[in-house]
Design a protein around this ligand. Structure first.
Ligand code: ATP
Ligand code: MG
Length: 342
């Protein structure tokens, strides 16, 4: 197993600066999720760690040894990595076992060693019985497990996963997510997973690195990221908070002619309010128009209208108020950021 370190890594394509000074340490045996919106540079970062893309400047080390930088460029196959790509990249005309065998082809193993390694990798993803199947006869979840087995067969020190669950439906996603967590506990391999799904990042990772336009905005444990986002962007991306631009006046947040009393004292001025849907309490009387009510099972989401913007608040599951009427709102917790952090 091995730690992975990035120091001031830069990458441009032509005039576009895609990755802009990323520094990051992934501890030996830990799981890092790289989280961010589409196009922010996640795959590019992962491909640089893998050695599939050269850096413009900076340095990458795996297990303490420099693999990319001024002094070195270690080719991908000598970095001790396994990788699962954003698309499955499973060859359609090879069986499951042949697909999984591919990374071993140049390792000079004899046949029985090779077969044992393939069996081991397939067992790790619970596909022992599928060795001779063709990919077209597999489900999406099984295909993704073939890709995982192929990444594991070389017994990597570091496993890189690019959106491993994005092609799967909701139920399969949860199943494979639990499987990756179990695999990780069993193997102790260092893992770096790219995702734009905040729930996936929070559920699996020891550390989450939130990326925005090629820059890391915040690196923290899932708990810390949720409790103490350092910008409205992170708060909006992680946990689905409401992010509203308005103004603080006399201890209240003012937007669209509505005043919401803040739970803690904040100085007057333009600001961005971050309010989690679960951090506000609906009151039966008030002046806020209730635009919509969505039953979600365990809770119900209420959409309130603040001028032109909608505010999402979780409320009691029983019908609390009819859309079209007005309600009141008390904030239990909220974060107020200076506008320029937006
Ligand atoms: N080989 C390339 N040549 C030119 N531009 C590229 C190349 N690869 C990626 N880009 C651009 O770099 C940016 C970041 O791409 P990247 O694939 O790293 O994003 P991402 O965060 O993984 O997004 P997604 O969540 O959609 O997969 C995009 O604007 C993309 O168009
Ligand atoms: Mg990508």
């Amino acid at each position: 197993m091995a730690a992975v370190t990035l120091e001031a890594v830069h990458k441009s394509y032509g005039k576009n600066h895609i990755v802009r000074g990323v520094s990051l340490t992934v501890a030996d045996g830990s799981f890092l999720s790289l989280l961010g919106p589409s196009g922010c540079g996640k795959t590019t970062t992962l491909r640089m760690i893998a050695g599939l893309e050269r850096l413009d400047s900076g340095r990458i080390a795996i297990g303490g040894g420099e693999v990319d930088g001024p002094a070195a460029h270690v080719p991908p196959e000598r970095r001790g990595l396994g990788m699962v790509f954003q698309s499955y990249a499973v060859w359609p005309h090879r069986t499951v076992a042949e697909n999984v065998a591919y990374p071993l082809e140049r390792q000079g193993l004899n046949r029985s060693e090779r077969d044992a390694r393939i069996r081991e990798a397939l067992a790790q993803v619970r596909l022992e019985a599928f060795a001779d199947r063709q990919p077209h006869a597999l489900s999406g979840g099984q295909l993704q497990r073939v890709a995982l087995a192929r990444a594991l067969v070389g017994r990597p020190k570091v496993l890189l996963l690019d959106e491993p669950l994005s092609n799967l439906d909701a139920a399969l996603k949860e199943e494979l997510r639990a499987e990756i967590a179990a695999l990780r506990a069993r193997l102790g391999t260092t893992m770096i997973a790219v995702t734009h799904d905040q729930a996936e990042a929070l559920a699996l990772a020891d550390q989450v690195a939130v990326m925005r336009a090629g820059v890391l905005e915040q690196v923290a444990t899932p708990q810390a990221l949720y409790a103490e986002p350092n910008s409205p962007f992170v708060a909006g991306f992680v946990g689905g908070a409401n992010v509203l631009d308005g103004e603080v006046r006399g201890g209240a947040f003012v937007l669209g002619g509505v005043r919401l009393e803040l739970p803690t004292a904040v100085g007057d001025g333009p600001c961005t309010l971050v309010l989690r849907p679960e951090d506000a309490v609906l009151e039966p009387t008030g002046t806020l128009p209730l635009a919509a009510r969505l039953f979600l099972g365990a809770t119900t989401e209420y959409r309130l209208q603040l001028g032109d913007v909608a505010l999402r608040v979780l409320g009691p599951p029983h019908p609390f108020a009819q859309p079209g009427t007005t309600v009141g709102l008390t904030l239990r917790a909220a974060r107020v950021f200076p506008r320029e952090l937006r």
